[in-house]
Write a protein that binds this ligand. Structure first.
Ligand code: UD1
Length: 422
């Protein structure tokens, strides 16, 4: 197990390259299972979560060749339709193979994901949607067994109770090979859904309306492989904005998609950061002291839950009091206790955290509890006086490509060291 050792209090400077999006790459890779063909996917980020999905793919019989972020997947000889517990427990997004496998092979068996640190993470809407498309679902021994009717899945009108990203993606993929038309209402509108629709349409699917809350999918009888380039990671981009904001720095973020970050940029602007767009680069200039700003997480285009922890780290040293409300995950405040060990003044009231800004944080040993919580502790450590140790950094490796290297290039003093296991 590794830890990060960070000497904080330094201003950073320079340019940082943003990697391909984890949350876009995962469903796009899953979509390749819909075709009996070869797909080429570029700009795939080198992350533990991607590695886990590839391990699952290899168990299914997918042949994968990867070189410098370009992945070639041969899905012609699938020998299994089962996603086993040992893989799904490591990464809940593995459940995204359910829709494509069921649609193409008429059956699939996927371990139930169970809970995780940030919340219960049920998949009931994925399953009800597939049932509405005619699938027979049984839950036994911790597994979901799904079987399509003899003639394959059939299109249906599916109305989501809440706009779930994963359920929208799973059902959108399944519907591509179903008979007739599927309508997804109250669908998630995240940019990753739009990107998945683009990838599916490049395979010959007929998906329209992705990016709005009503998606129409006209089923086709088969799909071909895709050639797709994964777009930039909006959460990594937002994390580097938070790095600049917390360290009073000026940074240039390369090759980003500005339109996907409106809510994040808007709140950092209110906090006193200035932004300039130069082509595909975003320049962020932070003030000497941030102002406190309230946030309330919401589905896209609202403020992303995946940026809540990083924003909170910035608010810990802002001038004033910030109210932070979490509306997506019921247990996503575990970073607060660790931030408090670094001198932050935070009180918690259910899904509301009240952050009273302090002039400075002080370095301390802290423990990462989930992916974005790890990023928030790193941001706090970069801003803090003295040395911090961030333990259990393996969470970070699930979703950030070479973060310590990117930070070191900007002048941060960050080292990855082996963590002693007691
Ligand atoms: C995705 C993202 C994750 C992000 C989240 C919300 C990926 C790989 N992960 O996760 O980083 O934090 O969107 O933006 O893209 N829910 C149900 N029943 C279901 C499905 C979801 O009740 O069947 C609930 C969840 O408990 C949660 C909410 O819906 O409260 C949103 O979850 P969802 O949008 O599905 O998140 P994920 O797709 O798992």
């Amino acid at each position: 197990m590794d830890k990060f050792v960070i000497e904080g209090g330094l201003k950073l400077e320079g340019e940082v390259a943003i990697s391909g999006s984890k949350n876009a790459a995962l469903p796009v890779l899953a979509a390749s299972l819909l075709a009996s063909d070869e797909s080429m996917i570029e700009n795939v980020p080198k992350l533990d979560d991607i590695h886990t999905l590839c391990q699952l793919f290899q168990k299914l019989g997918v042949k994968i060749v990867e070189d410098q972020g370009v992945m070639i997947l041969d899905t012609r000889n699938i020998t299994s339709v089962e996603a086993t517990y040992d893989i799904v427990r490591k990464m809940r997004a593995s459940v995204l193979v359910l829709g494509p496998l069921l649609a193409r092979f008429g059956k699939a068996r996927v371990s139930l994901p169970g809970g995780c640190a940030i919340g219960a993470r049920p998949i009931d809407m994925h399953l009800t949607g597939l049932e509405q498309m005619g699938a027979k679902i049984t839950l036994e021994h911790g597994y979901v067994d799904a079987v399509a009717p003899a003639g394959g899945l059939v299109g249906a009108r599916i109305v989501f109770d809440i706009p779930s990203v994963g359920a929208t993606e799973n059902l959108m993929m399944a519907a591509c090979l179903a008979q007739g038309t599927t309508l997804l209402e109250n669908a998630a509108r995240e940019p990753e859904i739009e990107e998945l629709a683009q990838a599916l349409n490049s395979m010959g699917a007929r998906v329209s309306g992705a990016g709005s809350s009503m998606i129409q999918i006209d089923g086709v009888s088969n799909l071909r492989g895709m050639h797709h380039r994964v777009g930039p990671d909006r959460i990594e981009t937002g994390t580097f904005i938070a790095v600049a904001a917390a360290t009073k720095s000026s940074l240039s973020l390369k090759d980003i998609r500005i339109g996907h970050l409106d809510a994040v940029i808007d709140h950092f602007q209110k906090a006193g950061c200035e932004f300039k767009v130069e082509g595909a680069n975003l320049l962020v200039q932070a003030p000497e002291r941030l102002k406190s700003v309230d946030i309330s997480t919401a589905p896209y285009p609202g403020f992303p839950t995946d940026m809540q922890a990083q924003f909170m780290a910035c608010m810990c040293i802002a001038n004033g009091t910030s109210h932070i409300e979490e509306h997506i995950w019921e247990n996503r405040f575990m970073h607060t206790l660790e931030l408090m060990r670094m001198g932050a003044d935070i009180s918690m009231h259910g899904n509301l955290a009240v952050v009273r800004g302090v002039p400075k944080l002080s370095g301390a040993p802290v423990m990462a509890t989930d992916l974005r919580a790890s990023a928030s502790l790193i941001i706090a450590a970069l801003a803090a006086e003295g040395v911090s140790e961030i333990l259990r950094i393996y969470h970070l490796d699930r979703g950030y490509v070479a973060l310590e290297k990117k930070l070191a290039q900007l002048g941060a003093r960050v080292r990855r060291e082996k963590q002693e296991v007691l």
